[in-house]
Design a binder for this molecule. Sequence first.
Ligand code: GLN
Ligand code: ZN
Length: 766
Amino acid sequence: MLTNNLGYPRMGAHRELKKACEQYWTGKISRDQLFLTAKNLREQHWQLQAAAGIDLIPCNDFSFYDHVLDMSLLLGVIPNRYAPVVTEVKENAEIDLYFAMARGYQKDDLDITAMEMTKWFDTNYHYIVPEFTAAQDFKIFSTRLFGECSSARAAIGKTPKPVLIGPVSYLMLGKEKEPGFDKLDLLKKLLPVYIDILNRLRNDYRAEWVQLDEPFLALDLTEKQRQAFLLAYKEIHLKCPHLKILLTTYFEGLRNNAPLAVQLPVCALHIDLVRAPLQLDELLPIMPDKLSLSLGVVDGRNIWKNDYHQSLLTIQRTISTIGTERTMIAPSCSLLHTPFDLELETEIDPVIRNWMAFARQKLQEVMELKLVAEGNAELLGRNQQAILSKNKSSLIHKQNVKERVAGITDTMAKRKSPFPIRQQLQKKRFQLPLFPTTTIGSFPQTDDIRQFRAKLKSKTISAAEYDSAIKKATVDAIRWQEEIGLDVLVHGEFERNDMVEYFGEQLDGFLFTKNGWVQSYGSRCVKPPVIYGDIERPREMTVYWSHFAAGQTDRLMKGMLTGPVTILQWSFVRNDQPREITTNQLALAIRDEVIDLEKAGISIIQIDEPAIREGLPLRRGDWPTYLHWAVKAFRISASGVIDETQVHTHMCYSEFNDIIEHIAAMDADVITIETSRSQMELLEAFAGFKYPNEIGPGVYDIHSPRVPTVEEMMALLEKACALLPAGNIWVNPDCGLKTRKWPETKQALINMVKAAQQMRTAVLIS
Ligand code: GLN
Ligand code: ZN
């Protein structure tokens, strides 16, 4: 039985790679210093995997920025606009071309935009989207892969398993940058280059196994895509007959593609048995004679300890059908999505810590599972003790919370009256002008504010000092909003570090790590909170600040909350109950907060759900179930208030067109939504659907310091008016302003208010 690992986190235990890259970008360290850091990290990670007893150790899973971008460089898929950089940086600075593609290039009179970035399936990792042209050529451009194979062998004394994205998935990850062709038709040109690479790996670098990642094989496929898989793998088999190909799928089950998958002439198939445990039953009966199966039983997407008893059943079932030699044990997917090492977490309650496993511990688990399968009862026993203690722990299980969730009724997910009635009541109550102006919640988090928070944490200032600093920032922001004439004010969220962490820290059932970083994109890492137990709100969370802010002005002050689905989506979630139940627990906590805000006199409350779209399952057939409970959770949180209280929601940076009816079903009185980057394109979907409630299409992009002109914003508003009833339109930026600086924020908002005012006059005249 072989132990197999698909990929390892790159950043290092202390985010060494992040720091080195950022220092290199600002010119603080040399290229050689950057390379040395990277080399050390790779070697440490290989050695660590060898020491853990992993047989198939990956190489080329390392990346300076993103592994899809690495593939583009390997295959010579370099958009034309980088031609000047290619000539400029020549051989020894391939890395500068690479970073230019990832981050854009502004130097020596050149101003070249970065490549587009998008989410890697349903993870929070973002990859750089390959750009294809109709006449796209492929050739081996970067040789970094080969160098890595040699150095891996030098580091661990045996041939590693190079990892590549498979040819079909690579094409499917990319984008046609001109009309008139289908990227899949590029496969015929692409395959010879893959075959060249594979043969070099075998002949010159003595690779025995090569891992080809084909995650799309576990998703919905068209007939053409199926044919592409058949063509690609037959060709590879024909031209590289002696190489052992390990074909990996993850994040979903093979389901209807199982017959296709087992038809592909490869040596081994990897399946994700954490996400899709039932696929084993579909697969075992149709396994061809020589195909090996890599069982992804250790969760590569979460931080919980493996239940050896469950995994053992899976392993035994597989062995009894296909034998020990053809069975491999592995994490479900690359460990890229888990934090590095639990050993570094010295402050987590040891009881809870004993239920957890990070990347390093997961390697250990893979190895131990092999031993357990070979009969090691002691390891099994110790593991089962931990699992059992978790199942029964009073740290996790709160009867009152469970009962409350079980008692949720449909009425709790419904506002008292339908929207048209609420709208009338609210119009009467608020007396807002046409095109009311507002912002999304946060104002610039200056270094000052951050420092106050750091000082509070390190206890160099008192809670009272912190409090008065935040109060001052809040009051300043309020005065300023009044001055420029915004209609619905916000308090600015100065007291918040992060829109999920802020709530997690105040809720029971959450814990926070010190080093639990996972890569989000490039050098950027996030540290998701951990939901370990039943969630309860011990006390009000935002009333203090909202109430304080409301008391500083006669204008309307919006209360600001993060919605249940977004909190769930951006956390590591417990795996002992359905996500739906955990979300409902969050929904009840937010509902209580909404009610408390209303009691404190706040009449407009925004519940942000930017992540509702990214929770969508990877298979379309599973969408309705998810959308049903996600929308319901939002409604539970929003529906405890009277008709006259106005509920807003906010969404951004996702494709919303295909879930528009579900957004409508959330029944928020007002939705503010990012639209300016697509020139209001999204609004057409809202108009086509006849979105019934009020809507604030973002009139400027907050991701750039550029100040938009009044005319520009008016043009966007005119577009909106052509599509939607003017009486339903709000005026606001695309998203929160936290990452901006004050000068540009002020100018942009002054212009925005002017745009709204001129629109009002224009409507009056016409
Ligand atoms: N209210 C949040 C803010 O303004 C919303 C952030 C978001 O949409 N990601 O910062
Ligand atoms: Zn946003």
